[in-house]
Design a binder for this molecule. Structure first.
Ligand code: GLN
Length: 190
């Protein structure tokens, strides 16, 4: 079985661990650089991207994840998506900058802080209940990025090679199909 880590400096960690295990992978929490050893893939969960970045620097994980991602699959959800983006509106420079996407944080506005939407996700599901919490959306994607899902003309899930990302929280429902898709990606890479 494949071994997948969940970055555990902040945010929705245990739900991802549970979903990965239920999807047929071994799942481990990643709190420091050593925890990355022997893993085949990594999940960057939701939370608050600015805080997560600060903690990545503090624990030396920023460079370690950059190195890890050079040949291993990474799945970022919500704040994790922001960490992976090459361009973030209103911010000078990216965080990890893994994915050729341009994102807007808290993009759905205050009135609709959180909501659920019925999504079609390419390769994954015709109907999928997407849970959005102060979510970002993807304003544009570069060449080689496959759009997997849109909501009201905004891109909310995409894939570029070994990198997968979504603006919603797949760990907060019992639907395992996004996690299963990532586990398959990891299996195909190992
Ligand atoms: N708004 C958060 C950020 O900008 C992301 C929210 C989430 O992960 N649920 O980092």
């Amino acid at each position: 079985t494949t071994k997948i880590g969940v970055l555990a400096v902040q945010g929705a960690v245990s739900e991802h661990v549970k979903a990965l295990k239920a999807s047929g992978a071994e799942a481990y929490v990643v709190k420091n650089v050593q925890d990355l050893e022997g893993l085949d893939g990594l999940v960057l969960p939701g939370g608050e991207s600015t805080t997560m970045r600060r903690l990545l620097d503090k624990y030396g994980l920023f460079d370690a994840i950059k190195t890890f991602s050079a040949d291993k699959p990474v799945f970022g959800t919500c704040a994790g998506l922001i960490l992976m983006a090459k361009k973030i509106e209103g911010r000078q420079g990216p965080h990890l900058g893994l994915l050729d996407i341009d994102v807007k944080r808290n993009a759905f506005g205050r009135q609709v802080d959180s909501f659920e939407a019925d999504l079609a996700i390419k390769h994954v599901a015709d109907h999928y209940d997407g849970v959005f919490i102060r979510a970002p959306y993807i304003k544009s994607v570069g060449d080689g990025v496959e759009v997997l899902s849109t909501y009201e003309d905004n891109v909310v899930a995409c894939r570029q090679g070994r990198f997968l990302t979504c603006a919603f929280h797949p760990e907060l429902t019992d639907d395992l199909r996004m996690h299963r898709y990532f586990v398959r990606m990891v299996e195909e890479t190992v």
